[in-house]
Ligand binder design. Structure first.
Ligand code: ADP
Ligand code: MG
Length: 620
């Protein structure tokens, strides 16, 4: 007899299950049935592809047995089963990062937290919300010896050899004293209908019932054991759309996504012709917790003629659609398709392309609140798509949204274009980390004055890389306002005149600032600020942000162009100033305060402070 200690994290998880997650306990049935269904899927595949199992007469089933006398419930299956090592690896230790991620995402709100259980691959442990004692008896297909894994859910478990006739798993659950409701036939039936109606295999419920026989004095009652199928047991996606109601789709979503909310939207398509396949996709209302983790679990399962093939292929959809849950069922792939070669498979590539288009079209059709929910969860994913999926760029550009200098909320490129100058066909934007800094940027002044809309892109990490490579939306050119001339009504001659008038001043400032600036110019883009800084559009580094990001490096800073506002008092007075020391201080402050206004750090903070102190003293 081998006693083992649960891994520390599992110990914590068990404590949590037994003591904190008291709401929505019924989901333990969904989780165990879901595991059984997975195990049957796996054996089903073997029975069709592996010579060793082809002879066996078999049809996959899930069993649930209620025993009121023993106060126990048993859930079993004739699936692939587990051997000694599997039991220890899958139930006793954490093979995946799921447990840790689950613990990290807990909110302390029992209702919310129990919704997370299935999503992190910790479904099995939910049984401890209701159990005092759990025995898992399992025999792996193709092996001789069966094993029993038993635990009372406090720190230790035991694995012992036992006998079991055929492959599969039986989980015996001794219920806690106050969980007797799970012995009621109707209760179980309701829960199964709610969460597991459309798993592809029959769920057989065995229960005992009092039956009365005879009449009058002859009347006797006895207990009778009955078994009946309590789910529809049809793979939902194989049914015609016309036979399915929204509730059916929602129920199936909740089963496969382990979510208790409704999906944001779903799409069910049967494609016929050269290639035949069925797809059923869902978009969750809330982004999956592991969406930004490199080891995220893919949400789409691949079937071939209703036989489960894999749920672990990240290439079934483009990676920017990794939040999509659902099913792809192909009629054309061979059953024994090599999982390693799935990527190179032409049939699958075609399914992927068609599916991607359909999903993006469904997203584009979302309206009002749904559209807003989508963007709040997945805007970044769509931007990732813009960057990586050139085939669907147009569609994606109609989905992504940005803040705007003239509108409340978020706008699409198409919204922007409908309001903008259709002669010029230019879309203006500014990118940075801080919305407030961007909105107050001196570079915006000229646009605000001319009532020209500018997109405020404050998701710097993503926007600074993605936006420059968009190039155009329809025939409209995207323009970064930090590297183009401002809109204004001055003619070239007028501008030159001003430049000439202030040439002595700009030259002198440039001399003071040395290599810190690339150039100093008079500006036509400013109204209230004395100065601003811009990137040099001709700098070869300008287009290299993406290359640096790919290398995971920070982009070296290119020297900026300083523009001064010739109409500003400060600049006019500086032009007339004779005191050289004071001139130096003011020149530096023109540069440093312009840097700050764009959210760029001042290099020599000490010197900056000293200059401010000097000037303030003088002013006082
Ligand atoms: P997940 O199902 O997300 O992997 P669970 O905690 O529900 O996480 O299950 C952990 C693992 O235990 C499963 O991945 C599977 O390998 C194994 N397992 C659980 N139940 C069964 C079963 N009925 N038959 C075979 N294996 C099972
Ligand atoms: Mg599970």
């Amino acid at each position: 007899m081998a006693k083992h200690q649960f891994q520390t994290e599992i110990g914590q998880l068990l404590k949590l299950m037994t003591h904190s997650l008291y709401s929505n306990k019924e989901i333990f049935i969904r989780e165990l049935v879901s595991n059984s269904s997975d195990a049957i899927d796996k054996f089903n595949y073997l029975s069709l592809t592996d010579e060793a199992f082809k002879e066996e007469e078999w049809s996959g089933k899930v069993f649930i047995k209620l025993d009121t006398e023993d106060n126990s419930l048993t859930i079993g299956d004739n699936g692939i089963g587990m051997n000694e090592q599997d039991l220890m690896d899958h139930l006793g230790t954490i093979a995946k990062s799921g447990t840790k991620a689950f613990m990290e995402n807990l909110t302390g709100d029992a209702a919310k937290d129990s919704n997370l259980i299935g999503q992190f691959g910790v479904g099995f442990y939910s049984v401890f919300m209701v159990a005092d004692q759990v025995d898992v008896v399992s025999k792996k297909a193709g092996e001789e010896q069966a094993y029993k894994f038993s635990t009372d859910g406090t720190g230790e478990y035991e694995v012992t050899p036992v006998t079991k006739e055929s492959h599969g798993t039986v989980i015996y659950i001794k219920l806690k004293e106050d969980e007797k409701e799970f012995l009621e036939k109707d209760r179980i039936q309701t829960v199964v209908k709610k969460y597991s109606n459309h798993i592809a295999y029959p769920i057989m419920l065995t229960y005992t019932e009092e039956v009365t026989e005879g009449e009058g004095d002859e009347k006797t009652t006895k207990m009778e054991t009955k078994t009946e199928q309590i789910n529809a047991a049809t793979a939902l996606w194989t049914l015609p759309k016309s036979e399915l109601k929204k509730e059916d789709y929602v129920e199936f979503y909740q089963t496969i996504a382990h979510d208790s909310e409704e999906p944001l939207t779903y799409l069910h398509n049967k494609v016929e012709g050269a290639s035949e396949f069925t797809t059923l996709f869902y978009i969750p209302k809330k982004a999956p917790m592991d969406m930004y983790r490199p080891d995220y679990t893919p949400g789409v399962k691949l079937y071939v003629k209703r036989v489960f093939i894999t749920d672990d292929d990240k290439e079934l959809l483009p990676s920017y659609l990794r939040f999509v849950k659902g099913i792809i069922d192909s009629e054309d792939l061979p059953l024994n398709v090599s999982r390693e070669l799935l990527q190179e498979n032409k049939i699958l590539a075609n399914i992927k392309q068609t599916s991607t288009k359909k999903i993006l079209q469904a997203i584009k059709k979302l309206k009002d609140e749904d559209a807003a929910t989508f963007i709040s969860q997945y805007n970044r994913m769509m931007k990732e798509g813009v960057y990586t999926d050139h085939v669907n760029k147009e569609l994606l550009l109609d989905i992504v949204k940005y803040k705007s200098s003239t509108q409340e909320g978020l706008v699409t490129f198409s919204d922007y274009v409908s309001r903008a100058d259709s002669e010029k066909k230019e879309i203006y934007y500014i990118v940075g980390e801080d919305e407030k800094v961007l909105r107050n940027s001196p570079l915006l002044e000229a646009y605000n004055k001319a009532n020209i809309e500018v997109l405020i892109m404050d998701d710097n990490e993503v926007d600074s890389i993605v936006t420059p490579m968009i190039g155009t939306y329809k025939e409209w050119a995207l323009k970064d306002i930090t590297s183009i001339d401002a809109p204004d009504s001055k003619t070239e001659e007028e501008k030159e005149e001003v430049a000439k008038e202030f040439k002595a001043l700009t030259d002198k400032i440039k001399e003071v600032l040395g290599g810190e600036v690339k150039d100093v110019k008079t500006s036509t883009r400013l109204t209230s600020s004395p100065s601003c800084v811009l990137k040099d559009p001709n700098d070869p580094m300008a287009g290299m942000a993406q290359i640096f990001a790919q290398m995971g490096e920070e982009m070296p800073e290119a020297p900026l162009i300083l523009e001064i506002n010739p109409e500003h008092e400060m600049v006019k007075k500086l032009d007339a100033l004779e005191d050289d020391a004071l001139f130096n201080d003011v020149a530096w402050i023109l540069l440093d305060s312009a840097r700050l206004a764009e959210g760029i750090d001042v290099k020599d903070k000490g010197a900056f402070a000293t200059r401010i102190a000097n000037l303030t003293t003088k002013a006082l």
